[in-house]
Design a binder for this molecule. Structure first.
Ligand SMILES: [Zn+2]
Length: 598
């Protein structure tokens, strides 16, 4: 018997998000769009006036923020309406219009930054000191000031802007090959049915319990990339060369500095991450040896790393029970946090179940001045409970930040974004390990958290190390050859995984299929984020109240200071090796617990 998915109008309203908290209906949305349009037209009359005085600058910044806030809410309503049911033509239409409207308005606001940078630094500092209204913008304006040394003459800037399209080309060429032109072979699935490999199927096949399927998927995937290794080495090398060139043209000492400095991340954060992880590789080697034993294999291969080494625990956790679990697991975070959680459940901030036309996956959304909505596709499994914990982490971060900060700091940076979400997952794991007396479940929870650390900290740091190596070589005038890339990548995989893993030669060209290598020093933030979350959750569990108070202040601080300063106030100094080492110690503790069970 098959049960069809419900239509949107068949889902109980209490399990859907209440978008009327943003706009009563689409007529109200339309009226707001016109109002913002009028405001934006008024705003363009300010062009050329920002350098006239502190009062003019303040008026412009306030109006820019009002437009920004209202535009964000307009866009939130439209895309969330579409995401809840793409078969609803209204949501689709509003979303399309919101997208092009937002692009037009952003272009109309674009004169602000260059005009501020045209004001001499001393004049700007004087205005900040003399105009009390500009005080809240002091951090934003000082951050802009720091860019002055890296902004070139108007003529050079214009040339750089015109070349922008071309410097993006390596990533676009990689994308065309990777998403369209590459042809993957067929393999036989667990039932013997012949299926063509794809990116999504590869992920699923690697999780299979059937080793033959995992092996075939791995060999098939890498055989597809093999003929393109030289082409992909050239696109990747060109991407790295363009990062290095742009850094030079903008007076940075390296591509790493060009990527980190605008976000106020000191270079030692990056270097400390790599050196601390690489000093702790014996812990990953130990995990690999335990995994090999758990899976009862003579040889542990790279294609054995994504399947669970312990059996699935059949658990049904209805949504109401998941809500109670959240309240219990996050109780250490105090009564304000608990009250906000209750409000998220009771005031319909969460869109819980799947329906026809609903977007897949999960996210935390909303905007400044709206509830921090959550989209789920909840299915009563343990994984879904963890997804709820993760998204609630983001939404509580948004909630406390937007309640406390002005609009200009009402968001948070990528560097800190995953701290609140993964901290919640850690607290949930800790709670379940201490309150459920079920050995299978305990093993499963331990493996899940160990896998998070393996894939998010170890693997992303391995990528970060490879990225640094590529850029450093180009900066030293070397070239990146296919053989050189393959050899160095293979050596890194071997060093990270240790003697318990037997490597296939195919892994030496894994770099050829990883889009993140085109992102220019991005992935290290996954590793630093989870490290900070693990370090903070240990402080909350071991230290109690003082650690909790520091953490709640962090949740309320948005982007009002640099990411490093915010985390330092919360109790983790990412410019030192301590937080990453604390995460490694937590990993070792989890290994001890797992080893005791096997
Ligand atoms: Zn997240």
């Amino acid at each position: 018997m098959s049960v069809a998915l419900p239509r949107r109008d068949e889902v109980a309203p209490e399990h859907t998000w209440d978008l009327s908290l943003v706009f009563a209906d689409s007529a109200a949305w339309e009226a707001e769009l016109s109002a913002i349009d009028t405001l934006a037209q008024q705003f363009t009359t300010l062009e050329g006036t920002l350098s006239q005085g502190a009062a003019q600058l303040l008026a412009a910044l306030r109006m820019r923020d009002e437009i920004g806030q209202r535009l964000w809410a307009l866009y939130t309503y439209a895309h969330q309406l579409k995401d809840s049911d793409s078969t609803n033509p209204t949501g689709q239409a509003l979303n399309d219009r919101a997208g092009s409207f937002a692009a037009r308005i952003s272009a109309a606001l674009a004169f602000v930054e260059p005009e501020i940078l045209a004001i001499p630094e001393a004049t700007l500092s004087g205005w900040i000191a003399s105009e009390p209204g500009l005080q809240i913008y002091a951090y934003e304006l000082n951050k802009l000031n720091q860019q002055r040394a890296h902004i070139r003459s108007a003529e050079v800037e214009s040339i750089l802007a015109q070349f922008g399209d071309i410097t993006r080309a390596p990533y676009e060429i990689f994308g065309m090959l990777n998403d369209s032109d590459i042809v993957f072979p067929n393999i036989n699935d667990e039932q013997g049915a012949t299926l063509q490999l794809s990116h999504a199927r590869y992920g699923r096949f690697l999780e299979s319990d059937n080793r033959r399927v995992r092996h075939d998927a791995f060999k098939g995937m890498y055989s597809a990339y093999k003929p393109f290794r030289n082409t992909l080495a050239t696109t990747l090398s060109t991407a790295v060369r363009s990062h290095v060139l742009e850094a030079r043209l903008r007076n940075y000492s390296s591509a790493l500095e060009a990527a980190l400095k605008p976000n106020e991340i000191p270079l030692e954060v990056y270097h400390n991450l790599i050196s601390t992880i690489e000093a702790n590789l014996p812990k990953l080697h130990r995990y690999m040896a335990i995994r090999k034993k758990l899976m009862d294999l003579n040889e542990l291969r790279m294609y054995d790393l994504y399947t669970s080494p312990v059996p699935e625990v059949p658990m049904e956790i209805p949504y109401a029970e998941a809500q109670d679990l959240m309240l219990a697991a996050f109780a250490p975070l105090g009564s304000d946090y608990a009250e906000a959680l209750r409000e998220s459940f009771g005031s319909r901030w969460i869109d819980v179940y799947e329906n026809v036309g609903k977007r897949s996956g999960a996210y935390s959304g909303g905007s400044y001045g709206t509830p921090p909505y959550i989209l789920l596709n909840y299915q009563d499994r343990l994984n879904d409970v963890f997804t709820l914990a993760h998204e609630l982490g983001h939404s509580m971060h948004s909630f406390f930040t937007r309640k406390t900060q002005p609009f200009v700091y009402g968001n948070y940076t990528i560097f800190v974004a995953e701290v609140a979400s993964t901290l919640n997952e850690t607290l949930l794991t800790h709670y379940l390990l201490n309150h459920r007396d079920d050995e299978q479940l305990r093993k499963r929870l331990l493996v899940t958290q160990l896998e998070d650390v393996r894939t998010t900290i170890f693997r992303q740091t391995m990528f970060a190390s490879f990225e640094l190596d590529m850029h450093t070589r180009i900066e030293a005038g070397e070239s990146l050859t296919t053989e050189g890339l393959c050899q160095r990548y293979y050596d890194l995989v071997a060093a990270y995984h240790g003697p318990a893993v037997t490597l296939d030669e195919e892994i030496s060209w894994e770099w050829a299929r990883i889009p993140h290598f085109y992102y220019n020093y991005y992935v290290y933030q996954y590793a630093t984020g989870l490290s900070a979350a693990l370090a903070l959750s240990r402080q909350i569990i071991n230290e109690g109240q003082p650690a909790i108070e520091r953490y709640l202040r962090f949740l309320s601080s948005g982007s009002s200071k640099s990411s490093i300063d915010l985390l330092r106030a919360a109790g983790v100094d990412m410019t030192t090796t301590a937080p990453v080492q604390a995460a490694m110690d937590a990993f070792d503790g989890l290994l001890d617990q797992l080893e005791a069970l096997v």
